[in-house]
Write a protein that binds this ligand. Structure first.
Ligand code: F6R
Length: 615
Protein backbone atom coordinates (compact mmCIF):
# COMPACT_ATOMS: atom_id res chain seq x y z
CA UNK A 1 0.00 0.00 0.00
CA UNK A 2 1.05 3.53 -0.68
CA UNK A 3 2.11 5.15 2.55
CA UNK A 4 0.53 8.48 3.06
CA UNK A 5 -0.13 9.50 6.61
CA UNK A 6 -3.74 9.92 7.65
CA UNK A 7 -4.91 9.71 4.13
CA UNK A 8 -8.17 8.52 2.58
CA UNK A 9 -7.52 6.14 -0.22
CA UNK A 10 -10.66 4.43 -1.29
CA UNK A 11 -13.92 5.97 -0.17
CA UNK A 12 -17.24 6.68 -1.82
CA UNK A 13 -18.53 10.12 -2.68
CA UNK A 14 -22.02 11.31 -3.57
CA UNK A 15 -23.79 14.58 -4.24
CA UNK A 16 -27.32 15.77 -4.91
CA UNK A 17 -29.01 18.89 -6.29
CA UNK A 18 -32.73 18.96 -6.91
CA UNK A 19 -36.37 19.19 -6.01
CA UNK A 20 -36.22 16.83 -3.03
CA UNK A 21 -34.97 17.17 0.50
CA UNK A 22 -31.51 15.70 0.13
CA UNK A 23 -30.22 14.41 3.48
CA UNK A 24 -31.96 11.05 3.24
CA UNK A 25 -31.02 10.73 -0.43
CA UNK A 26 -27.36 11.36 0.36
CA UNK A 27 -27.44 8.81 3.19
CA UNK A 28 -29.24 6.27 1.03
CA UNK A 29 -26.79 6.73 -1.86
CA UNK A 30 -23.86 6.41 0.53
CA UNK A 31 -25.29 3.14 1.82
CA UNK A 32 -24.81 1.72 -1.69
CA UNK A 33 -21.16 2.78 -1.60
CA UNK A 34 -20.27 1.44 1.81
CA UNK A 35 -18.43 -1.35 0.00
CA UNK A 36 -15.84 1.32 -0.83
CA UNK A 37 -15.20 2.10 2.80
CA UNK A 38 -17.11 2.22 6.00
CA UNK A 39 -15.02 3.55 8.86
CA UNK A 40 -16.55 7.02 8.90
CA UNK A 41 -19.16 9.02 7.05
CA UNK A 42 -20.30 12.58 6.60
CA UNK A 43 -22.45 14.98 4.63
CA UNK A 44 -22.51 18.72 3.88
CA UNK A 45 -25.84 20.29 2.95
CA UNK A 46 -26.99 23.81 2.06
CA UNK A 47 -29.34 24.33 4.99
CA UNK A 48 -31.15 27.70 4.70
CA UNK A 49 -28.48 28.83 2.28
CA UNK A 50 -25.59 27.94 4.57
CA UNK A 51 -23.27 24.92 4.36
CA UNK A 52 -23.86 22.69 7.37
CA UNK A 53 -21.74 19.62 8.03
CA UNK A 54 -22.49 16.42 9.95
CA UNK A 55 -19.83 13.75 10.20
CA UNK A 56 -18.93 10.86 12.38
CA UNK A 57 -16.49 8.05 12.88
CA UNK A 58 -18.08 4.64 12.31
CA UNK A 59 -20.80 3.37 10.02
CA UNK A 60 -23.43 5.44 8.27
CA UNK A 61 -25.84 4.30 10.97
CA UNK A 62 -23.64 6.13 13.50
CA UNK A 63 -23.92 9.30 11.46
CA UNK A 64 -27.70 8.93 11.33
CA UNK A 65 -27.77 8.42 15.12
CA UNK A 66 -25.56 11.45 15.63
CA UNK A 67 -27.89 13.59 13.54
CA UNK A 68 -30.81 12.42 15.67
CA UNK A 69 -29.20 13.95 18.74
CA UNK A 70 -27.49 16.92 17.11
CA UNK A 71 -30.41 17.76 14.82
CA UNK A 72 -30.83 16.79 11.22
CA UNK A 73 -29.48 19.13 8.58
CA UNK A 74 -31.89 19.79 5.75
CA UNK A 75 -31.73 21.22 2.26
CA UNK A 76 -31.93 20.58 -1.46
CA UNK A 77 -28.26 20.26 -2.34
CA UNK A 78 -25.31 18.60 -0.71
CA UNK A 79 -22.41 16.19 -0.83
CA UNK A 80 -21.57 13.06 1.16
CA UNK A 81 -18.77 10.66 1.87
CA UNK A 82 -18.06 7.21 3.23
CA UNK A 83 -14.44 6.63 4.13
CA UNK A 84 -11.89 3.85 4.13
CA UNK A 85 -8.74 4.89 5.96
CA UNK A 86 -5.54 3.02 5.32
CA UNK A 87 -3.35 4.87 7.79
CA UNK A 88 -4.14 6.71 10.96
CA UNK A 89 -7.14 6.14 13.13
CA UNK A 90 -10.53 6.79 11.63
CA UNK A 91 -11.82 9.71 13.72
CA UNK A 92 -14.48 12.39 13.68
CA UNK A 93 -11.90 14.99 12.80
CA UNK A 94 -10.47 13.04 9.86
CA UNK A 95 -13.92 12.22 8.50
CA UNK A 96 -15.12 14.08 5.44
CA UNK A 97 -16.37 16.64 4.46
CA UNK A 98 -13.43 18.99 5.05
CA UNK A 99 -13.62 22.72 4.73
CA UNK A 100 -11.72 25.87 4.00
CA UNK A 101 -13.36 29.17 4.88
CA UNK A 102 -15.79 29.24 1.97
CA UNK A 103 -15.38 25.80 0.46
CA UNK A 104 -16.33 22.31 1.64
CA UNK A 105 -15.32 19.12 -0.11
CA UNK A 106 -15.51 15.33 -0.13
CA UNK A 107 -12.67 13.41 -1.68
CA UNK A 108 -11.80 9.92 -2.86
CA UNK A 109 -8.19 9.09 -3.72
CA UNK A 110 -4.76 10.47 -2.92
CA UNK A 111 -3.17 13.86 -3.37
CA UNK A 112 0.47 12.91 -3.81
CA UNK A 113 1.98 16.36 -3.35
CA UNK A 114 -0.24 17.38 -0.44
CA UNK A 115 2.74 17.87 1.89
CA UNK A 116 4.37 20.57 -0.26
CA UNK A 117 1.04 22.31 -0.71
CA UNK A 118 0.30 22.13 3.00
CA UNK A 119 3.73 23.64 3.83
CA UNK A 120 3.03 26.45 1.40
CA UNK A 121 -0.41 27.12 2.85
CA UNK A 122 0.97 27.11 6.39
CA UNK A 123 3.53 29.69 5.24
CA UNK A 124 0.47 31.72 4.15
CA UNK A 125 -0.90 31.53 7.70
CA UNK A 126 -3.53 28.93 6.92
CA UNK A 127 -4.41 26.63 9.79
CA UNK A 128 -5.32 22.96 9.56
CA UNK A 129 -7.63 20.93 11.76
CA UNK A 130 -6.96 17.45 10.42
CA UNK A 131 -4.02 15.47 9.09
CA UNK A 132 -5.76 14.64 5.82
CA UNK A 133 -4.70 15.59 2.32
CA UNK A 134 -8.37 16.37 1.69
CA UNK A 135 -8.30 19.38 3.95
CA UNK A 136 -5.25 20.60 2.01
CA UNK A 137 -7.33 20.62 -1.18
CA UNK A 138 -10.21 22.40 0.57
CA UNK A 139 -7.80 25.07 1.81
CA UNK A 140 -6.07 25.40 -1.54
CA UNK A 141 -9.44 25.91 -3.23
CA UNK A 142 -10.18 28.55 -0.68
CA UNK A 143 -6.80 30.18 -1.27
CA UNK A 144 -7.42 30.50 -5.02
CA UNK A 145 -11.10 31.37 -4.78
CA UNK A 146 -11.78 34.94 -5.87
CA UNK A 147 -15.48 34.70 -6.65
CA UNK A 148 -15.46 32.21 -9.52
CA UNK A 149 -15.54 28.55 -8.41
CA UNK A 150 -14.48 27.24 -11.84
CA UNK A 151 -11.34 29.40 -11.83
CA UNK A 152 -10.40 28.13 -8.39
CA UNK A 153 -11.03 24.48 -9.32
CA UNK A 154 -8.97 24.79 -12.49
CA UNK A 155 -6.05 26.37 -10.63
CA UNK A 156 -6.15 23.63 -8.02
CA UNK A 157 -6.37 20.89 -10.65
CA UNK A 158 -3.23 22.27 -12.28
CA UNK A 159 -1.41 22.11 -8.98
CA UNK A 160 -2.43 18.85 -7.34
CA UNK A 161 -1.04 15.47 -8.36
CA UNK A 162 -2.40 11.98 -7.78
CA UNK A 163 -5.59 10.09 -8.43
CA UNK A 164 -8.74 11.51 -6.94
CA UNK A 165 -12.37 12.50 -7.34
CA UNK A 166 -13.83 15.52 -5.58
CA UNK A 167 -17.30 16.77 -4.73
CA UNK A 168 -17.23 20.48 -3.88
CA UNK A 169 -19.62 23.12 -2.56
CA UNK A 170 -18.91 26.85 -2.30
CA UNK A 171 -20.68 28.86 0.40
CA UNK A 172 -21.33 31.72 -2.06
CA UNK A 173 -23.09 29.44 -4.55
CA UNK A 174 -25.96 27.88 -2.66
CA UNK A 175 -27.54 24.76 -4.11
CA UNK A 176 -24.71 24.17 -6.59
CA UNK A 177 -22.43 21.15 -6.49
CA UNK A 178 -19.13 20.95 -8.38
CA UNK A 179 -17.36 17.71 -9.19
CA UNK A 180 -14.06 16.84 -10.81
CA UNK A 181 -11.96 13.76 -11.21
CA UNK A 182 -8.54 12.46 -12.21
CA UNK A 183 -8.11 8.66 -12.36
CA UNK A 184 -10.59 7.86 -9.57
CA UNK A 185 -14.08 7.08 -10.87
CA UNK A 186 -16.98 9.54 -10.82
CA UNK A 187 -20.35 9.61 -12.53
CA UNK A 188 -22.95 12.36 -12.84
CA UNK A 189 -26.53 11.08 -12.75
CA UNK A 190 -29.51 12.98 -14.15
CA UNK A 191 -33.13 12.51 -13.19
CA UNK A 192 -36.21 14.72 -13.45
CA UNK A 193 -35.34 18.08 -11.90
CA UNK A 194 -32.53 16.50 -9.97
CA UNK A 195 -28.93 15.50 -10.52
CA UNK A 196 -26.37 13.43 -8.68
CA UNK A 197 -22.69 12.70 -8.41
CA UNK A 198 -21.43 9.31 -7.26
CA UNK A 199 -18.36 7.11 -7.24
CA UNK A 200 -20.36 4.26 -8.72
CA UNK A 201 -23.65 3.51 -10.47
CA UNK A 202 -25.48 1.59 -7.68
CA UNK A 203 -25.56 4.80 -5.61
CA UNK A 204 -27.99 6.46 -8.03
CA UNK A 205 -29.96 3.52 -9.44
CA UNK A 206 -32.90 4.09 -7.12
CA UNK A 207 -33.35 7.56 -8.63
CA UNK A 208 -32.18 7.32 -12.21
CA UNK A 209 -30.47 5.07 -14.71
CA UNK A 210 -29.14 7.93 -16.79
CA UNK A 211 -25.66 9.16 -16.15
CA UNK A 212 -22.54 10.74 -17.61
CA UNK A 213 -19.11 9.27 -17.07
CA UNK A 214 -16.82 12.11 -16.15
CA UNK A 215 -13.45 11.78 -17.92
CA UNK A 216 -10.07 12.72 -16.49
CA UNK A 217 -9.74 16.41 -15.65
CA UNK A 218 -13.33 17.21 -16.52
CA UNK A 219 -15.41 19.39 -14.25
CA UNK A 220 -19.12 19.12 -13.73
CA UNK A 221 -21.45 21.81 -12.37
CA UNK A 222 -24.83 20.73 -11.00
CA UNK A 223 -27.52 23.28 -10.14
CA UNK A 224 -31.24 23.88 -10.55
CA UNK A 225 -30.77 24.48 -14.29
CA UNK A 226 -29.26 21.03 -14.82
CA UNK A 227 -25.76 19.76 -15.42
CA UNK A 228 -22.87 21.33 -17.34
CA UNK A 229 -19.37 20.06 -18.09
CA UNK A 230 -16.12 21.97 -18.57
CA UNK A 231 -12.53 21.13 -19.37
CA UNK A 232 -9.51 22.67 -17.67
CA UNK A 233 -9.53 25.51 -20.26
CA UNK A 234 -12.94 26.50 -18.87
CA UNK A 235 -14.51 25.55 -22.16
CA UNK A 236 -17.94 23.96 -21.95
CA UNK A 237 -17.94 20.42 -23.32
CA UNK A 238 -20.61 17.85 -24.16
CA UNK A 239 -20.57 14.33 -22.78
CA UNK A 240 -22.50 11.32 -23.95
CA UNK A 241 -25.46 10.31 -21.76
CA UNK A 242 -25.31 6.65 -20.78
CA UNK A 243 -27.99 4.34 -19.45
CA UNK A 244 -27.19 1.80 -16.76
CA UNK A 245 -28.28 -1.67 -17.71
CA UNK A 246 -28.37 -2.70 -14.04
CA UNK A 247 -31.66 -2.38 -12.27
CA UNK A 248 -32.38 -1.59 -8.66
CA UNK A 249 -32.86 -5.23 -7.73
CA UNK A 250 -29.30 -5.87 -8.73
CA UNK A 251 -28.14 -3.43 -6.08
CA UNK A 252 -30.48 -4.64 -3.34
CA UNK A 253 -30.42 -7.78 -1.22
CA UNK A 254 -33.77 -9.14 -2.44
CA UNK A 255 -34.57 -11.09 0.69
CA UNK A 256 -31.12 -12.62 1.09
CA UNK A 257 -29.50 -12.04 4.44
CA UNK A 258 -26.31 -10.75 2.86
CA UNK A 259 -25.17 -9.50 -0.52
CA UNK A 260 -22.57 -12.25 -0.57
CA UNK A 261 -25.20 -14.99 -0.37
CA UNK A 262 -27.31 -13.23 -2.97
CA UNK A 263 -24.32 -12.92 -5.27
CA UNK A 264 -23.41 -16.60 -4.82
CA UNK A 265 -26.97 -17.38 -5.93
CA UNK A 266 -26.68 -15.06 -8.91
CA UNK A 267 -23.82 -17.06 -10.35
CA UNK A 268 -25.81 -19.25 -12.74
CA UNK A 269 -27.41 -16.16 -14.29
CA UNK A 270 -24.10 -14.33 -14.40
CA UNK A 271 -22.49 -17.23 -16.29
CA UNK A 272 -25.36 -17.44 -18.77
CA UNK A 273 -25.33 -13.70 -19.41
CA UNK A 274 -21.56 -13.69 -19.84
CA UNK A 275 -21.09 -16.70 -22.10
CA UNK A 276 -24.28 -16.95 -24.17
CA UNK A 277 -23.56 -13.98 -26.45
CA UNK A 278 -20.03 -15.33 -26.98
CA UNK A 279 -21.10 -18.76 -28.22
CA UNK A 280 -22.10 -19.09 -31.87
CA UNK A 281 -23.02 -22.40 -33.45
CA UNK A 282 -21.82 -24.21 -30.33
CA UNK A 283 -18.34 -22.68 -30.52
CA UNK A 284 -16.71 -19.80 -28.62
CA UNK A 285 -16.83 -16.60 -30.59
CA UNK A 286 -15.22 -13.47 -29.20
CA UNK A 287 -15.47 -11.35 -32.32
CA UNK A 288 -17.87 -8.87 -30.68
CA UNK A 289 -14.95 -8.18 -28.32
CA UNK A 290 -12.57 -7.63 -31.24
CA UNK A 291 -10.82 -10.98 -30.69
CA UNK A 292 -10.35 -13.36 -33.61
CA UNK A 293 -8.74 -16.83 -33.59
CA UNK A 294 -6.12 -15.52 -36.05
CA UNK A 295 -5.13 -12.71 -33.69
CA UNK A 296 -5.04 -15.03 -30.67
CA UNK A 297 -2.79 -17.63 -32.17
CA UNK A 298 -0.08 -15.11 -33.03
CA UNK A 299 1.04 -14.79 -29.45
CA UNK A 300 4.02 -16.78 -28.21
CA UNK A 301 3.24 -16.29 -24.57
CA UNK A 302 0.41 -15.12 -22.36
CA UNK A 303 0.77 -13.21 -19.10
CA UNK A 304 -2.18 -12.96 -16.79
CA UNK A 305 -1.87 -10.09 -14.35
CA UNK A 306 -4.35 -9.28 -11.57
CA UNK A 307 -4.83 -8.99 -7.81
CA UNK A 308 -6.48 -11.20 -5.19
CA UNK A 309 -9.45 -13.20 -6.38
CA UNK A 310 -9.03 -11.99 -9.95
CA UNK A 311 -5.46 -13.33 -9.87
CA UNK A 312 -6.83 -16.67 -8.69
CA UNK A 313 -9.17 -16.70 -11.67
CA UNK A 314 -6.07 -16.13 -13.78
CA UNK A 315 -4.40 -19.12 -12.14
CA UNK A 316 -7.28 -21.37 -13.22
CA UNK A 317 -6.83 -19.77 -16.66
CA UNK A 318 -3.16 -20.75 -16.73
CA UNK A 319 -3.90 -24.42 -16.02
CA UNK A 320 -6.60 -24.71 -18.65
CA UNK A 321 -4.89 -22.66 -21.39
CA UNK A 322 -1.63 -24.56 -20.99
CA UNK A 323 -3.39 -27.90 -20.86
CA UNK A 324 -5.65 -27.35 -23.83
CA UNK A 325 -3.74 -24.94 -26.08
CA UNK A 326 -0.15 -25.73 -25.04
CA UNK A 327 0.71 -22.02 -24.99
CA UNK A 328 2.87 -20.92 -22.03
CA UNK A 329 1.04 -18.77 -19.49
CA UNK A 330 2.65 -16.80 -16.68
CA UNK A 331 0.43 -15.56 -13.85
CA UNK A 332 1.54 -12.51 -11.94
CA UNK A 333 0.35 -10.53 -8.98
CA UNK A 334 -0.05 -7.02 -10.40
CA UNK A 335 1.85 -5.29 -7.59
CA UNK A 336 4.85 -7.58 -8.26
CA UNK A 337 4.66 -7.49 -12.02
CA UNK A 338 4.78 -3.71 -12.27
CA UNK A 339 8.03 -3.38 -10.34
CA UNK A 340 9.96 -6.38 -11.54
CA UNK A 341 10.87 -5.13 -14.97
CA UNK A 342 8.86 -7.86 -16.72
CA UNK A 343 10.16 -9.51 -19.87
CA UNK A 344 7.62 -8.67 -22.55
CA UNK A 345 7.56 -7.97 -26.25
CA UNK A 346 5.06 -7.48 -29.05
CA UNK A 347 4.52 -11.24 -29.32
CA UNK A 348 3.20 -11.38 -25.77
CA UNK A 349 -0.43 -11.03 -24.78
CA UNK A 350 -1.04 -9.53 -21.36
CA UNK A 351 -4.46 -10.30 -19.90
CA UNK A 352 -5.55 -8.04 -17.06
CA UNK A 353 -8.45 -9.37 -14.99
CA UNK A 354 -10.38 -7.01 -12.74
CA UNK A 355 -13.89 -6.81 -11.37
CA UNK A 356 -13.78 -3.09 -10.64
CA UNK A 357 -11.54 -2.12 -13.54
CA UNK A 358 -10.02 0.47 -11.24
CA UNK A 359 -7.51 -1.52 -9.18
CA UNK A 360 -4.44 0.69 -9.12
CA UNK A 361 -1.81 -2.05 -9.47
CA UNK A 362 -3.69 -3.81 -12.26
CA UNK A 363 -4.15 -0.51 -14.10
CA UNK A 364 -0.44 0.27 -13.72
CA UNK A 365 0.43 -3.22 -15.01
CA UNK A 366 -1.78 -2.61 -18.04
CA UNK A 367 -0.12 0.72 -18.78
CA UNK A 368 3.34 -0.73 -18.35
CA UNK A 369 2.58 -3.64 -20.69
CA UNK A 370 1.34 -1.23 -23.36
CA UNK A 371 4.39 0.94 -22.93
CA UNK A 372 6.69 -2.04 -23.44
CA UNK A 373 4.80 -2.94 -26.58
CA UNK A 374 2.81 -6.02 -25.60
CA UNK A 375 -0.83 -6.38 -26.65
CA UNK A 376 -3.32 -6.12 -23.82
CA UNK A 377 -6.67 -7.73 -23.19
CA UNK A 378 -8.85 -6.69 -20.25
CA UNK A 379 -11.46 -8.92 -18.63
CA UNK A 380 -13.50 -6.46 -16.61
CA UNK A 381 -16.89 -6.28 -14.92
CA UNK A 382 -17.40 -2.54 -14.34
CA UNK A 383 -18.46 -0.85 -17.55
CA UNK A 384 -16.48 2.17 -18.63
CA UNK A 385 -13.84 1.68 -15.93
CA UNK A 386 -10.25 2.76 -16.54
CA UNK A 387 -8.89 -0.71 -17.32
CA UNK A 388 -11.79 -1.36 -19.69
CA UNK A 389 -11.11 1.86 -21.55
CA UNK A 390 -7.37 1.60 -21.82
CA UNK A 391 -6.84 -2.01 -22.90
CA UNK A 392 -6.33 -2.89 -26.59
CA UNK A 393 -9.00 -5.60 -26.40
CA UNK A 394 -11.83 -6.00 -23.95
CA UNK A 395 -14.12 -8.75 -22.75
CA UNK A 396 -16.76 -7.59 -20.30
CA UNK A 397 -17.94 -10.06 -17.71
CA UNK A 398 -21.64 -9.58 -17.09
CA UNK A 399 -21.90 -10.26 -13.37
CA UNK A 400 -23.84 -7.06 -12.63
CA UNK A 401 -22.89 -5.02 -9.57
CA UNK A 402 -20.96 -6.97 -6.97
CA UNK A 403 -21.59 -5.31 -3.63
CA UNK A 404 -20.15 -7.77 -1.09
CA UNK A 405 -16.49 -7.05 -0.52
CA UNK A 406 -15.67 -10.74 -0.94
CA UNK A 407 -15.83 -11.49 -4.63
CA UNK A 408 -17.86 -14.52 -5.75
CA UNK A 409 -19.88 -14.04 -8.91
CA UNK A 410 -17.18 -11.86 -10.46
CA UNK A 411 -14.66 -14.69 -9.98
CA UNK A 412 -17.12 -17.15 -11.48
CA UNK A 413 -17.55 -15.19 -14.70
CA UNK A 414 -13.84 -14.41 -14.88
CA UNK A 415 -13.11 -18.12 -15.01
CA UNK A 416 -16.00 -18.67 -17.45
CA UNK A 417 -14.29 -16.20 -19.80
CA UNK A 418 -10.96 -17.96 -19.25
CA UNK A 419 -12.64 -21.16 -20.47
CA UNK A 420 -13.98 -19.49 -23.59
CA UNK A 421 -10.54 -18.10 -24.34
CA UNK A 422 -8.82 -21.42 -23.69
CA UNK A 423 -11.24 -23.30 -25.96
CA UNK A 424 -10.98 -20.72 -28.73
CA UNK A 425 -7.20 -20.64 -28.54
CA UNK A 426 -6.82 -24.43 -28.36
CA UNK A 427 -8.99 -24.75 -31.46
CA UNK A 428 -7.20 -21.92 -33.26
CA UNK A 429 -3.77 -23.49 -32.74
CA UNK A 430 -5.08 -26.91 -33.74
CA UNK A 431 -4.68 -28.64 -30.37
CA UNK A 432 -8.34 -29.65 -30.28
CA UNK A 433 -10.67 -30.33 -33.19
CA UNK A 434 -14.05 -28.74 -33.82
CA UNK A 435 -15.97 -31.59 -32.17
CA UNK A 436 -13.91 -31.39 -29.01
CA UNK A 437 -14.27 -27.61 -28.99
CA UNK A 438 -18.06 -27.99 -29.25
CA UNK A 439 -18.10 -30.62 -26.53
CA UNK A 440 -16.10 -28.44 -24.14
CA UNK A 441 -18.21 -25.37 -24.91
CA UNK A 442 -21.38 -27.28 -24.23
CA UNK A 443 -19.91 -28.55 -20.96
CA UNK A 444 -19.32 -24.94 -19.96
CA UNK A 445 -22.89 -24.07 -20.92
CA UNK A 446 -24.17 -26.84 -18.67
CA UNK A 447 -22.55 -25.42 -15.53
CA UNK A 448 -25.29 -22.91 -14.55
CA UNK A 449 -27.84 -25.73 -14.14
CA UNK A 450 -25.38 -27.81 -12.13
CA UNK A 451 -24.63 -24.86 -9.86
CA UNK A 452 -28.35 -24.25 -9.31
CA UNK A 453 -28.57 -27.82 -8.11
CA UNK A 454 -25.59 -27.45 -5.77
CA UNK A 455 -27.16 -24.32 -4.30
CA UNK A 456 -30.22 -26.34 -3.37
CA UNK A 457 -28.03 -28.36 -1.03
CA UNK A 458 -26.25 -25.48 0.56
CA UNK A 459 -27.28 -26.42 4.11
CA UNK A 460 -24.59 -29.12 3.99
CA UNK A 461 -21.93 -26.41 3.73
CA UNK A 462 -23.51 -24.75 6.76
CA UNK A 463 -23.03 -27.97 8.68
CA UNK A 464 -19.39 -28.15 7.55
CA UNK A 465 -18.87 -24.50 8.51
CA UNK A 466 -20.11 -25.19 12.03
CA UNK A 467 -17.11 -27.50 12.46
CA UNK A 468 -14.71 -24.66 11.59
CA UNK A 469 -15.86 -21.84 13.79
CA UNK A 470 -13.52 -22.49 16.69
CA UNK A 471 -10.45 -23.16 14.53
CA UNK A 472 -7.44 -20.87 14.85
CA UNK A 473 -5.96 -21.88 11.58
CA UNK A 474 -6.66 -24.22 8.68
CA UNK A 475 -5.19 -25.50 5.46
CA UNK A 476 -6.61 -25.93 1.98
CA UNK A 477 -4.87 -28.53 -0.13
CA UNK A 478 -5.22 -29.74 -3.70
CA UNK A 479 -3.31 -30.61 -6.84
CA UNK A 480 -3.48 -29.05 -10.29
CA UNK A 481 -6.76 -27.24 -10.87
CA UNK A 482 -7.77 -28.20 -7.33
CA UNK A 483 -4.76 -26.30 -6.05
CA UNK A 484 -5.69 -23.26 -8.14
CA UNK A 485 -9.14 -23.46 -6.59
CA UNK A 486 -7.82 -23.96 -3.07
CA UNK A 487 -6.14 -20.57 -3.28
CA UNK A 488 -9.49 -18.94 -3.83
CA UNK A 489 -11.23 -21.03 -1.16
CA UNK A 490 -8.59 -20.08 1.36
CA UNK A 491 -8.65 -16.35 0.55
CA UNK A 492 -12.44 -16.30 0.77
CA UNK A 493 -12.45 -17.98 4.16
CA UNK A 494 -9.75 -15.84 5.73
CA UNK A 495 -11.06 -12.52 4.47
CA UNK A 496 -14.52 -12.89 5.92
CA UNK A 497 -14.13 -15.36 8.82
CA UNK A 498 -10.80 -13.91 10.10
CA UNK A 499 -9.50 -17.45 10.63
CA UNK A 500 -5.96 -17.83 9.42
CA UNK A 501 -5.77 -20.13 6.44
CA UNK A 502 -3.29 -21.12 3.77
CA UNK A 503 -3.59 -23.01 0.54
CA UNK A 504 -0.94 -25.51 -0.33
CA UNK A 505 -0.13 -27.76 -3.24
CA UNK A 506 -0.94 -31.12 -1.66
CA UNK A 507 2.30 -32.74 -2.80
CA UNK A 508 4.38 -29.93 -1.31
CA UNK A 509 3.11 -30.34 2.27
CA UNK A 510 5.72 -32.83 3.32
CA UNK A 511 8.47 -30.33 2.52
CA UNK A 512 7.76 -28.34 5.64
CA UNK A 513 4.17 -27.27 6.11
CA UNK A 514 2.91 -30.62 7.37
CA UNK A 515 4.59 -29.85 10.72
CA UNK A 516 1.76 -27.37 11.31
CA UNK A 517 -0.79 -30.16 11.51
CA UNK A 518 -1.89 -30.86 15.04
CA UNK A 519 -4.84 -32.66 16.57
CA UNK A 520 -8.13 -31.38 15.23
CA UNK A 521 -6.72 -28.85 12.77
CA UNK A 522 -9.15 -28.56 9.86
CA UNK A 523 -7.81 -29.35 6.40
CA UNK A 524 -10.07 -28.71 3.43
CA UNK A 525 -8.97 -31.10 0.73
CA UNK A 526 -10.15 -30.25 -2.76
CA UNK A 527 -9.96 -33.48 -4.73
CA UNK A 528 -12.09 -33.16 -7.83
CA UNK A 529 -9.47 -34.09 -10.42
CA UNK A 530 -9.81 -37.75 -11.41
CA UNK A 531 -6.36 -37.80 -12.94
CA UNK A 532 -4.76 -36.70 -9.64
CA UNK A 533 -7.19 -38.25 -7.25
CA UNK A 534 -5.07 -41.08 -5.88
CA UNK A 535 -2.12 -38.77 -5.34
CA UNK A 536 -4.29 -36.32 -3.42
CA UNK A 537 -5.82 -39.12 -1.34
CA UNK A 538 -2.28 -40.14 -0.28
CA UNK A 539 -1.65 -36.58 0.90
CA UNK A 540 -4.98 -36.53 2.72
CA UNK A 541 -3.99 -39.71 4.53
CA UNK A 542 -0.73 -38.07 5.56
CA UNK A 543 -2.54 -35.18 7.28
CA UNK A 544 -5.25 -37.42 8.68
CA UNK A 545 -2.62 -39.65 10.30
CA UNK A 546 -1.31 -36.56 12.08
CA UNK A 547 -4.65 -35.66 13.58
CA UNK A 548 -6.19 -33.33 10.98
CA UNK A 549 -9.95 -32.98 10.70
CA UNK A 550 -10.45 -33.47 6.97
CA UNK A 551 -13.21 -31.91 4.92
CA UNK A 552 -13.21 -33.32 1.42
CA UNK A 553 -14.68 -31.59 -1.59
CA UNK A 554 -14.80 -34.34 -4.19
CA UNK A 555 -17.06 -36.21 -6.59
CA UNK A 556 -20.20 -37.53 -4.96
CA UNK A 557 -19.43 -40.95 -6.38
CA UNK A 558 -16.45 -41.23 -4.06
CA UNK A 559 -17.30 -42.57 -0.63
CA UNK A 560 -14.39 -41.82 1.70
CA UNK A 561 -13.59 -44.12 4.58
CA UNK A 562 -13.51 -42.63 8.06
CA UNK A 563 -9.70 -42.77 8.04
CA UNK A 564 -9.68 -40.37 5.11
CA UNK A 565 -12.34 -37.71 5.65
CA UNK A 566 -14.55 -36.49 8.49
CA UNK A 567 -16.83 -34.52 6.20
CA UNK A 568 -17.50 -34.65 2.50
CA UNK A 569 -19.14 -32.27 0.08
CA UNK A 570 -20.09 -34.26 -3.02
CA UNK A 571 -20.09 -32.85 -6.53
CA UNK A 572 -21.58 -34.29 -9.71
CA UNK A 573 -19.35 -36.21 -12.09
CA UNK A 574 -18.18 -33.94 -14.89
CA UNK A 575 -14.91 -33.57 -16.81
CA UNK A 576 -11.87 -32.67 -14.72
CA UNK A 577 -11.24 -29.57 -16.79
CA UNK A 578 -14.58 -27.92 -15.99
CA UNK A 579 -14.66 -28.88 -12.30
CA UNK A 580 -13.47 -25.48 -10.93
CA UNK A 581 -16.68 -23.85 -12.22
CA UNK A 582 -18.76 -25.93 -9.85
CA UNK A 583 -16.32 -26.86 -7.07
CA UNK A 584 -15.77 -23.23 -6.10
CA UNK A 585 -19.41 -22.94 -4.99
CA UNK A 586 -19.12 -25.09 -1.81
CA UNK A 587 -15.87 -23.29 -1.00
CA UNK A 588 -17.63 -19.92 -1.22
CA UNK A 589 -20.51 -21.21 0.90
CA UNK A 590 -18.23 -22.69 3.55
CA UNK A 591 -16.48 -19.30 3.86
CA UNK A 592 -19.83 -17.51 3.96
CA UNK A 593 -21.40 -19.66 6.68
CA UNK A 594 -18.25 -19.69 8.79
CA UNK A 595 -18.31 -15.90 8.76
CA UNK A 596 -22.03 -15.80 9.60
CA UNK A 597 -21.63 -18.31 12.42
CA UNK A 598 -18.77 -16.30 13.89
CA UNK A 599 -21.01 -13.26 13.91
CA UNK A 600 -18.88 -11.25 11.50
CA UNK A 601 -20.00 -8.51 9.18
CA UNK A 602 -19.98 -10.74 6.10
CA UNK A 603 -20.43 -8.10 3.42
CA UNK A 604 -18.04 -5.62 4.96
CA UNK A 605 -15.12 -7.47 6.50
CA UNK A 606 -12.79 -5.41 8.64
CA UNK A 607 -9.82 -3.55 7.14
CA UNK A 608 -10.97 -4.08 3.57
CA UNK A 609 -12.63 -2.14 0.80
CA UNK A 610 -14.05 -3.36 -2.45
CA UNK A 611 -12.31 -1.14 -4.91
CA UNK A 612 -8.58 -0.78 -4.29
CA UNK A 613 -7.70 2.35 -6.22
CA UNK A 614 -4.27 2.84 -4.67
CA UNK A 615 -1.20 0.67 -4.74
C1 F6R B 1 -11.38 -10.85 -2.58
C2 F6R B 1 -11.43 -9.74 -3.51
C3 F6R B 1 -10.16 -9.08 -3.89
C4 F6R B 1 -10.22 -8.57 -5.34
C5 F6R B 1 -8.96 -7.75 -5.66
C6 F6R B 1 -8.94 -7.29 -7.11
O1 F6R B 1 -12.64 -11.40 -2.37
O2 F6R B 1 -12.48 -9.33 -3.94
O3 F6R B 1 -9.07 -9.93 -3.69
O4 F6R B 1 -10.34 -9.65 -6.20
O5 F6R B 1 -8.89 -6.65 -4.81
O6 F6R B 1 -10.02 -6.47 -7.38
P1 F6R B 1 -10.51 -6.18 -8.86
O7 F6R B 1 -11.01 -7.47 -9.42
O8 F6R B 1 -11.57 -5.15 -8.73
O9 F6R B 1 -9.30 -5.70 -9.62
Amino acid sequence: MFYNKSNDHMCGIVGYVGKNECTDILIDSLSKLEYRGYDSAGIAVFDSGEIKVAKSKGRLADLVEKMKTEGKIKGHAGIGHTRWATHGEPSDINSHPHSGKRVTIVHNGIIENYKQIKDFLISQNREFLSETDTEVVAQLLDYYYEGDPLDAIIKVMREIRGSFALGIVFADFADTVYAVRRESPLIVGVGENESFIASDVPAILKYTKNYYLLEHDEISVLNKDGVKFYNLHKKEIKLELKTADWDMDAAEKNGFEHFMLKEIHEQPTAIRTTITPRIVDGLPNLEECGITPEALKKFNRIHIVACGTAMHAGTVGKYIIEKLARVPVIVDIASEFRYRDPLLDENDLVIIISQSGETADSLAALRLSKEIGAKTLAIVNAKGSSIAREADMLIYTHAGPEIAVASTKAYMVQIAVMYLLAFELAYAVGKIDIDECRRLTSLLSSTPDIIENILEHKEHTQYIASSLITADSLLYIGRGLDYALSMEGSLKLKEISYIHSESYAAGELKHGTISLISDGMPVIAVATQKSLFEKTVSNIKEVKARGAKVIMVCRDSYDPEKDIADYKFGLPDIDDIIMPMIAVVPLQLIAYYTSVLRGNDVDKPRNLAKSVTVE
